[in-house]
Ligand binder design. Structure first.
Ligand SMILES: Nc1ncnc2c1ncn2[C@@H]1O[C@H](COP(=O)(O)OP(=O)(O)O)[C@@H](O)[C@H]1O
Ligand SMILES: [Mg+2]
Length: 267
């Protein structure tokens, strides 16, 4: 359904101070595929290039090289009409739920935005659709009139998820979407995402630095390091035994704070 083919990327132009080739690419020759209904975890430490790849997949940043095929169409070569149709099937939920929304808009307006853009619903139908979406993400119809600051982070992220699923897309890019939530809300949103995926046959690109969250929800895992894909495999515990340095770094970040070894070492 989605194919990233040999994508490389550098931001901006080199200044005259930099010799040609001196700036390392943010992405180097990245290829990956996401099948329908599958959740792919994209992992890596900060700066690895995950968000850049997410933006490229969403059509927001044209790659320096390579192609992105969504439903068989090259999204950077498709004409406007095709692109508009593809956009509908491709949604995103970002990390910072508060900056992702207009603070002056109610939940109903936020969720209604994609419906306004793509579907011509009557006022009554629109209201009913929004109420259904609110319920689906674990909120209530009464939440429709609330403003962003009247929600907790976890609740507002549910509003963002409702907006993302409003048009029944095929693929949702989740860029650190649960990373700034506390553990309880992370767990709740993860199970909501799993439910939505089961009922809509959605695919996810689940971008995270948290290998534990990825193992909970993903079918397969891709790890990036300095712009390169360094590991791909099933989302099983076998990744924990990988000898790949970038993978080990992610794994060690979830080890308990005081592993017995360290306590012994400190005497
Ligand atoms: N708009 C931009 N302009 C220039 N450099 C950028 C831009 N966005 C990201 N970068 C750089 O690209 C690299 C990868 O960033 P990013 O894709 O955000 O990584 P990640 O999401 O894995 O933390 C970093 O070195 C970052 O500083
Ligand atoms: Mg990022």
């Amino acid at each position: 359904m989605l194919q990233v083919h040999e994508v490389s990327h550098r931001y901006g132009k080199r200044s005259w101070l930099e010799r040609s080739g001196s700036r390392p690419p943010v992405l180097a020759d990245v290829s990956l595929t996401i099948e329908q209904g599958v959740c792919l975890g994209l992992l890596g430490t900060s700066g690895a290039g995950k968000s850049t790849l997410g933006k490229i997949i969403l059509g927001l940043e044209r790659p320096s090289q390579g192609q992105v095929l969504f439903q068989g169409q090259d999204i950077y070569r498709a004409d406007k009409k095709v692109l508009q149709r593809l956009r509908r099937d491709l949604q995103v939920v970002f990390q910072d739920c508060y900056s992702a929304v207009n603070p002056m808009m109610t939940a109903a307006q936020i969720i209604g935005e994609p419906l306004d853009n793509y579907e011509r619903l009557s006022a009554k139908e629109q209201q009913r659709t929004i109420e259904k979406l609110l319920i689906q993400v674990g909120l209530t119809p009464q939440d429709a009139s609330k403003l962003p600051q009247q929600f907790s982070g976890g609740q507002l992220q549910r509003v963002n998820i409702a907006r993302a699923i409003a048009l029944k897309p095929k693929l949702i890019v989740l860029d650190e979407s649960i990373s700034s939530l506390d553990m309880v809300h992370q767990t709740q949103i993860l199970s909501l995402l799993a439910e939505l995926r089961a009922s809509y046959g959605l695919s996810y690109l689940f971008i995270t630095h948290d290998i534990r969250a990825a193992l909970t929800i993903c079918d397969s895992i891709a790890v990036m390091d300095q712009g390169r894909l360094v590991y791909t495999g099933d989302a099983t515990d076998s990744i924990l035994e990988s000898g790949q340095p970038a993978v080990r770094q992610l794994v060690s970040s979830i080890l308990p704070d005081h592993p017995s070894g360290r306590i012994m070492f400190n005497g």
